[in-house]
Design a protein around this ligand. Structure first.
Ligand code: SF4
Length: 200
């Protein structure tokens, strides 16, 4: 992607939204809507703050194996003109094996992480690589309430898919064309459900 100082930066959270449903990008990126704040989101925010304090006291990574943390950073503000992205990385930890990016989730733990959660965390890893000028070996997606964590190796393939997602998001915003609705079980948990009903 060409480096351009005038490029409109995209929040990393939109990568997760795109993988939930591309139409959400049209609502938030073109029409400028915010997703409605639900009770569980408010609870999540409060829990987020206490989780941050806990992360600073943590000496090992919460994976299957206990890895010693040499240094860690919490809530890292990141921006990249090269990627056209910005966001706040929950945690970056330095271990003997290299850097690890940790993304905390407040949803119920799934059997395996949703694709949107994976690509969002990979995007944070790409931002962390630029800031720290070091490779990020893996991401950890931590479902905080259920105390369940998934470790995923950062690969070129995953990174390429993040770049592809960014280009799809840009295309929706530039063309201002509403994507087809997914119209499936996910719509039940979507803040735009009512709006979508009127469009279909
Ligand atoms: S209600 Fe369904 S189709 Fe509409 S934006 Fe939400 S997930 Fe997409």
């Amino acid at each position: 992607m060409a480096e351009d100082e005038n490029i409109q930066l995209i929040p990393v959270t939109w990568i997760k939204q795109y993988h939930f449903c591309p139409r959400i990008i049209y609502y938030i990126g073109v029409l400028g809507f915010n997703e409605r704040t639900t009770e569980s989101m408010i609870e999540g925010k409060e829990f987020h703050i206490s989780e941050e304090k806990r992360s600073l006291l943590r000496k090992t990574l919460a994976g299957e194996r206990k890895e010693f943390i040499k240094r860690s950073w919490s809530r890292v503000y990141a921006l990249s003109n090269k990627l056209g992205l910005y966001g706040i990385i929950d945690e970056v930890a330095e271990t003997n094996d290299g850097l690890v990016v940790i993304e905390n989730k407040y949803a119920k733990a799934p059997r395996k992480p949703h694709s949107g959660h994976i690509y969002q965390a990979i995007a944070y890893a790409m931002l962390a690589e630029e800031i720290f000028n070091k490779n990020v070996k893996k991401i950890i997606i931590r479902y905080v309430y259920d105390k369940k964590s998934f470790e995923i190796k950062v690969t070129d393939e995953l990174k390429k898919h993040v770049i592809w997602t960014i280009s799809r998001i840009r295309s929706i915003i530039e063309k201002e064309k509403i994507p087809r609705g997914i119209n499936n079980y996910k719509c039940n948990n979507c803040g735009f459900r009512k709006m979508c009903k009127d469009i279909r």
